[in-house]
Design a protein around this ligand. Structure first.
Ligand code: SF4
Length: 466
């Protein structure tokens, strides 16, 4: 799989929702959701789906694959209605496949509900046990189904009250979009671990995982959904309920380092500027004598530009990425697998030959990919390769919706920096310090979750199914 070749933390999920105030509006809810999901494709490539309400019932189309593979023009024609939600998925909790594709649509006491979820609950075992004693049965292995069952359990209450009770029960990271026949709801966990923002498209409300999706459909950014807040949008407009006031926030710092699009702004921080600032900080911390700076494209590029700027060195494209390797990439044969990263990246010999290279990447997970890239640069004639990493050593797994390797597979859990440098075959290896990253992002750590570097988990993982 592509991700195995990349050796990166795996993306999570993306959610999108739109409510059209006027059903006669010439904006098409399903089509807009399609383009919103298209903009969020980097957050999940295994399945995609769109559910639409016409005010009387909810229709759904979902499948395994990229948004453009799953949803075609005929599906969009068939998905008529004025409210829509959509989801792109990379499997974290639950196996991949159609059964776990979202949105999930179900009937409960008050009608139909569609749910799409980004994140991971950390008390799923306890919640499932509790729900099972009330007679709940589970068809999928997703957290989303647990949320659906919780919602059904509180169906005597009106939707906002039921959701408020669910929020108190649910521990962990979640950004949810929920649709009934007549309303759209957005919910964000109490620490804001996973992102969600609100947009306005010609007077119509939109919810999205990232602001880049708003730009793509021509919507204006309104604000982020606050941690612990429920946003309800119906024919009377938008209203907010602040259900939980957490003493701290814990926005996932990896969104800024790697996951999110550089053109997104999340919780007041533009991702591109954050990465560039981290690159500048790295240059101040490292002080390496070299000829040029290159990046491992694409997620290392903004930081590499910042590094080059601060170090007053040229930035060049020393590695070229094949941008057309998609999810449907045919499983490589053993011989091709051995080629590893070359399927995805190639060095430009004319750029790197005879040069002392600083190579910037966003993170090192297992180290095998970095090792191959360093070797690739040496084969192309680089005289020195210094690896610079725009995050601290990744030592701990994530329980909040990011598919990290297991702890024992994380190279920084097993080796110190010098040993990792030897393993990847670089001339030197530098990680940004935690303090440096905090300074670069201009926020103190309680604003962020950085548990995969620090082991300091903002929400204890009480009972996680693995
Ligand atoms: S543990 Fe790491 S990847 Fe997971 S939410 Fe925290 S910062 Fe993000």
């Amino acid at each position: 799989m592509l991700h195995e070749i990349e050796g990166k933390f795996k993306d999570e999920c993306g959610v999108f929702g739109i409510f059209l105030n006027n059903p006669e509006n010439d904006i098409d809810a399903a089509r807009t959701t399609f383009y919103g999901l298209y903009a969020l494709q980097h957050r999940g490539q295994e399945s995609a789906g769109i559910a639409v309400s016409n005010g009387r019932r909810i229709n759904l189309y979902k499948g395994v694959g990229l948004v453009s593979e799953v949803i075609n023009a005929q599906h969009l024609e068939d998905l008529k209605g004025h409210i829509a939600i959509g989801h792109v998925r990379y499997s974290t909790t639950g196996e991949s496949g159609l059964v776990n594709a979202q949105p999930l649509v179900f009937h409960y006491l008050n009608g139909m509900v569609a749910l799409a979820h980004n994140g991971n609950l950390v008390n799923t075992v306890e919640l499932k046990k509790r729900l099972a004693t009330y007679g709940s049965v589970f068809q999928t292995t997703t957290d989303t189904e647990i949320v659906a069952n919780l919602l059904a359990r509180y169906s005597q209450d009106k939707m906002e009250d039921a959701l408020a009770k669910c929020m108190i029960d649910m521990k962990g990271a979640f950004a949810l979009v929920i649709m009934t026949e007549d309303r759209l709801v957005g919910v964000r966990d109490q620490m804001g671990i996973r992102p969600m923002c609100i947009g306005n498209l010609n007077g119509n409300h939109v919810l999205a995982s990232e602001s880049a999706a708003l730009d793509t459909i021509g919507a204006k950014f309104v604000r982020d959904v606050n941690p612990g807040e429920i946003i309800v949008i119906d024919k009377d407009g938008m209203r907010s309920q602040q259900v939980i006031n957490s003493p701290r926030e814990a926005h996932c710092v990896f969104e800024y380092i790697y996951f999110a699009r550089p053109d997104s702004t999340i919780d007041g921080i533009n991702v591109y500027q954050a990465r560039r600032s981290v690159g500048r900080q790295l240059a101040r911390e490292c002080g390496i004598d070299a000829d040029l700076v290159i990046s491992v494209p694409d997620s290392g590029t903004s930081a590499a530009l910042g590094y080059a700027e601060e170090a007053d060195l040229p930035f060049e494209e020393g590695l070229m990425k094949n941008r057309y390797v998609g999810r449907t990439f045919i499983q490589p044969t053993q011989q091709m697998r051995e080629l590893g990263v070359q399927l995805k990246l190639n060095a430009i010999e004319e750029v790197v030959r005879g040069k002392r290279i600083i190579m910037v990447d966003d993170s090192i997970v297992r180290g095998t990919t970095s090792k191959q890239i360093v070797q690739m640069l040496r084969n192309a004639g680089a005289s020195q390769v210094h690896m610079v990493v725009a995050s601290p050593p990744t030592k701990y797994p994530c329980y909040y919706g990011i598919d990290t390797s297991r702890r024992e597979e994380l190279i920084a859990n097993n080796m110190d920096t010098d040993q990792i440098c030897d393993f990847i075959g670089a001339d030197s290896l530098h990680y940004i310090s935690r303090e440096g990253m905090r300074d670069a992002l201009q926020k103190s750590y309680p604003f962020f979750c950085d548990a995969c570097f620090s082991g300091s988990y903002p929400i204890p993982a009480e009972s996680v199914e693995v």
